[in-house]
Design a protein around this ligand. Structure first.
Ligand SMILES: Cc1cc2nc3c(=O)[nH]c(=O)nc-3n(C[C@H](O)[C@H](O)[C@H](O)COP(=O)(O)O)c2cc1C
Ligand code: SF4
Length: 493
């Protein structure tokens, strides 16, 4: 796990919890309108992939239990994990790219309604992503994946000062490179080929020589619109368009997007497809359905978008009629660590990943509320442009005190807490009941994120070994961890 150097180990800050009366009067527990729906409080559980869907992307009993458990804590809003909009295999991640996924998604909606007593509003995050292959065995890469061209022959001829390389056939070039020392390979392969060798092949939105990438602006609006139609049919209160982190739409917004077809280059061109996608979604689901967006306040990569870009996008999104703006940070492939052979690169292993889910191994600023300057700037831009679109902040918020301060200072309109809600989904209920001292507090050390990285069912270290032998406890595939936190005995609804 990446961390700043020199590193400072922070402890979880002491905090004061409100009495029941104080909580009732607080800003955090006041309602807020988000498009056509009203949240009963300004609490929000952002999307978290739990690795519980079937291999074909269907909702499982474990998914129902996971979302039901979050709903029982009654957050104002709960966002279902990044859900794929295409009808293509993508492992045990939820999918919404075909009507056959509707029955499972409907059950998920019903579960959340039941468990929250109808009090939690439910959104689903819609995602598109490009191909990312696992890091190959070098021998396989040279035998099968490398596209041998005259450029390689010329590089070999130049390196060895031997014209003979220009006439060598493909098999000979492959066989040679397979056993060549690194110094030779590094001179002969270009940057993208070296990346494919060391990290695994990864497509970019700028790969317009590939037909399906060139066509993204033609196909994505309809794919997102169809997915949103299904979300509405399944009963979700709204959708969150995933324009953040390492995925397709964030890559269109990125300053690194230099597509020359009118969908890259200037800010106006970079935001063009995200706006076209939104308009297609809006015209499919109508004005009376909540459609929001999650996007990056800062990409935290070299040459990437910064908060000024985010402020510009935010005003455009608000003007276009998006109903909420959820601000995240980082989480990119560009600075991710090299994966092991056979594994796929994971976009949360470099500095940008750290900034997305900061830990207590930090710098002076520490992980708590670390990203608030971004939501503050976004909110200022939106309000300055004459809109009141609610802004959601997230990143290291795990106390009532900090959440309340965020709202009081006007850094955001709604407060997201992902890991704290995983550590204790009942923390909203406990806080509201004046029982904040009973909150199981996240330690921000990212055991959960490591599970996500290795595609294992996500749990929290604070509760996953408790009471394993109790009746009716669902266990992880290896039988060593419980999949849900124990019930809160003091719970009264
Ligand atoms: C296990 C795990 C899975 C996540 N999956 C998603 C996701 O599907 N979509 C998304 O936008 N963010 C995802 N995130 C990021 C969180 O939504 C959130 O932005 C981040 O954890 C920072 O907030 P926190 O400090 O309150 O945890 C994930 C985070 C974790 C820990
Ligand atoms: S495993 Fe639990 S305590 Fe650790 S960071 Fe994740 S949610 Fe917090």
């Amino acid at each position: 796990m990446w961390h700043p150097e020199p590193v400072i180990r922070h402890s979880i800050p002491e905090t004061l919890w409100p009495t029941e009366e104080e909580a009732a009067r607080s800003l955090l527990f006041q309602p807020v309108r988000v498009g056509r729906v009203e949240l009963e409080s300004r609490t929000w559980v952002p999307a978290m992939v739990p690795w519980r869907a079937t291999e074909d992307g269907f909702v499982t009993r474990e998914n129902l239990e996971w979302y039901g458990r979050f709903a029982a804590g009654r957050p104002g809003a709960l966002v279902v994990e990044a859900t794929g909009i295409r009808d293509v295999p993508s492992g045990p991640l939820l999918r919404i790219g075909h009507d056959r996924f509707l029955p499972g998604l409907r059950e998920l909606v019903e579960t959340v309604r039941r468990e929250s007593h109808g009090r939690t509003r439910l959104f689903i995050q819609l995602i598109d992503f490009l191909a990312v292959k696992r890091r190959p065995e070098p021998s396989k890469f040279f035998e099968r994946f490398l596209n041998v061209t005259d450029r390689h022959r010329q590089a070999l001829a130049a390196f060895f000062d031997e014209e003979g390389w220009l006439g060598r056939d493909e098999t000979e070039v492959r066989a040679f490179l397979k056993v060549a020392p690194d110094a030779v390979v590094e001179r002969v392969l270009d940057e993208r080929e070296l990346e494919s060798l060391h990290f695994g092949y990864r497509e970019r939105v700028t790969d317009t020589h590939l037909g399906h990438v060139r066509e993204l602006p033609r196909v994505l609006p309809e794919l997102f619109a169809e997915a949103a139609r299904r979300a509405r049919a399944a009963g979700f209160d709204g959708v969150e368009l995933h324009y953040a982190h390492a995925y397709t739409m964030a890559s269109f917004l990125s300053r690194r997007n230099d597509r020359g077809d009118g969908y890259g280059g200037s800010r106006e061109e970079r935001v063009r497809l995200p706006l076209e996608v939104f308009r297609a979604v809006r015209s499919e689901v109508g004005d009376d359905y909540t459609v929001g967006v999650r996007f990056l306040g800062d990409e935290v990569i070299e040459g990437g978008s910064r908060v000024e870009d985010a402020a510009f996008y935010a005003a455009e999104f608000a003007r276009a009629g998006l109903d909420f703006l959820s601000v995240s940070k980082g989480g990119k492939f560009e600075d991710a660590k090299r994966p092991k052979v056979g594994q796929a690169v994971y976009p949360y292993t470099g500095r940008s990943g750290y900034e997305c889910m900061p830990t207590v191994l930090s710098d002076e600023a520490g992980p708590f509320g670390r990203n608030l300057s971004l939501s503050r700037e976004v909110k200022r831009a939106v309000n300055g442009a004459g809109f009141q679109t609610p802004v959601v902040a997230a990143g290291g918020v795990g106390t009532f005190e900090l959440a309340e301060e965020i709202l009081r200072r006007g850094d955001a309109d709604i407060v997201g807490a992902a890991r704290q809600s995983l550590a204790d989904p009942d923390w909203f209920l406990k806080t509201r009941a004046g029982l904040g001292t009973q909150v199981r507090r996240c330690t921000y050390t990212n055991y959960c994120e490591a599970l996500d990285q290795s595609h294992k069912q996500v749990t929290c270290k604070l509760w996953d070994r408790e009471g394993l032998s109790e009746p009716n406890v669902s266990l992880s595939a290896d039988g060593r961890r419980r999949l849900l936190p124990p019930k809160w005995e003091g719970s009264r609804q």
